[in-house]
Ligand binder design. Structure first.
Ligand SMILES: Nc1nc2c(ncn2[C@@H]2O[C@H](COP(=O)(O)OP(=O)(O)OP(=O)(O)O)[C@@H](O)[C@H]2O)c(=O)[nH]1
Ligand SMILES: [Mg+2]
Length: 336
């Protein structure tokens, strides 16, 4: 696929990775989180070497408001998948805390049995210093986990704003968890998550089953209104809880149906599209960074920001001023 030079170190790492060596997987995940150029090069080489998994893999986002029960469901559902012979990796994104911070440690203890199981891998994703930093690392960790033999990758993300939209573009299926309270349903619908949810689980159904059933009915109606009818998939609503595990089987069945053999080409096409989106987004990031490092462009942007702030200039004019500098510089480069 590629004729790039691959160092002996990258070959060693990719070999160890395909043997399923957990310490090497953890090391590669650290490379994915690193912003150092040498690390990024090494990781790109590793990913270029690893073989495509022979069995189809499943990439699933588990999303929902803070405290809705994501980690608890993952722990119990994960355990049942392990019993069925799956190998499960969990990438837990937490935008609110740093590597050593509060709720990540909470997650580790909440997902204790998964974290200790030989066929599971739990990796908290430290929040990046800049927006999109976490998404970048998670996106890279998914193929790393697959290379190490994990067939099911669960990405736990707190359902607040941007992280949800970003995560939908790196997984095959989105599982949305929601509480059985009317307020929460409306919130979920408003925030537009319903459009991308492939399976919706009403959580903590042990507390008030009747309320959970009512919430499920409301959500069913909302989905019919919000999602364009699709021949290939109609979103499913299930009840679930992590106390008596009632409903977990329906949840698992809904996800299994999403990944049924006759739908694998749909999943494959979605991944192809995502690869291009990933590339486009990386390209605009490097272009932007490179341009902003140029003294004249940077100076003009700062100048225009100040002018806008002071109300001295309308936005279109400020934009044109920056564009003029960019064009000038590119033309000048063309002539040399
Ligand atoms: N009654 C009941 N409580 C639950 C259930 N699932 C989770 N909880 C409790 O709800 C709290 C939050 O659960 P978590 O699994 O940590 O929720 P989360 O969505 O991962 O939370 P964050 O990662 O912090 O956003 C914990 O105190 C759990 O014990 C459930 O099905 N029933
Ligand atoms: Mg959690």
């Amino acid at each position: 696929m590629t004729n790039m030079y691959v160092s002996a170190k990258a070959q060693q790492l990719s070999q160890a990775l395909s043997m399923g060596e957990r310490r090497v997987l953890a090391k590669c995940c650290s490379l994915a989180e690193s912003t150092r150029k040498e690390d990024q090069i090494l990781l790109a080489e590793v990913l270029a070497c690893v073989a495509v998994p022979t069995q189809p893999t499943r990439r699933i986002a588990v999303t929902g408001a803070p405290g809705v029960g994501k980690s608890s469901i993952i722990e119990n559902w994960g355990a049942s998948m392990l019993r069925d012979g799956h190998k499960v990796a969990v990438l837990a994104i937490d935008p609110s805390s740093k590597r050593t911070g509060g709720s990540i440690l909470g997650d580790k203890t909440r997902m204790q049995s998964l974290a200790n199981a030989p066929d599971a891998f739990v990796r908290p994703q430290p929040s990046g210093n800049h927006l999109g930093g976490t998404a970048r690392a998670t996106r890279l960790c998914i193929p790393l986990c697959e290379a190490a033999g994990f067939d099911t990758i669960l990405v736990e993300t707190v359902g607040v704003g941007q992280s949800e939209v970003e995560v939908a573009d790196m997984v095959d299926a989105c599982l949305l968890l929601t509480l059985p309270t009317a307020g929460d349903d409306v919130q979920a619908i408003k925030r537009g998550i319903m459009e991308v949810a492939d399976v919706v689980a009403v959580t903590k159904s042990d507390i008030d089953r009747a309320a959970a059933q009512r919430a499920a009915a409301i959500l069913q109606g909302a989905i019919r209104l919000l999602q364009p009818p699709s021949e290939s998939w109609t979103s499913r609503i299930v009840l679930a809880n992590a106390v008596n595990d009632h409903g977990l089987e329906e949840l698992a069945l809904a996800v299994d149906a999403f990944f049924a053999a006759d739908r694998l080409d749909v999943v494959q096409r979605r991944r192809e599209h995502q690869r291009l989106l990933w590339f486009e987004s990386d390209v605009s990031t490097i272009m932007h960074d490179a341009m902003m490092r140029h003294e004249r462009i940077h100076g003009k942007v700062i100048e225009m920001r100040q002018a806008l702030h002071a109300g001295r200039i309308p936005v279109p004019l400020a934009t044109l001023a920056v564009m003029e500098v960019v064009h000038d510089i590119l033309q000048w480069k063309d002539k040399t």
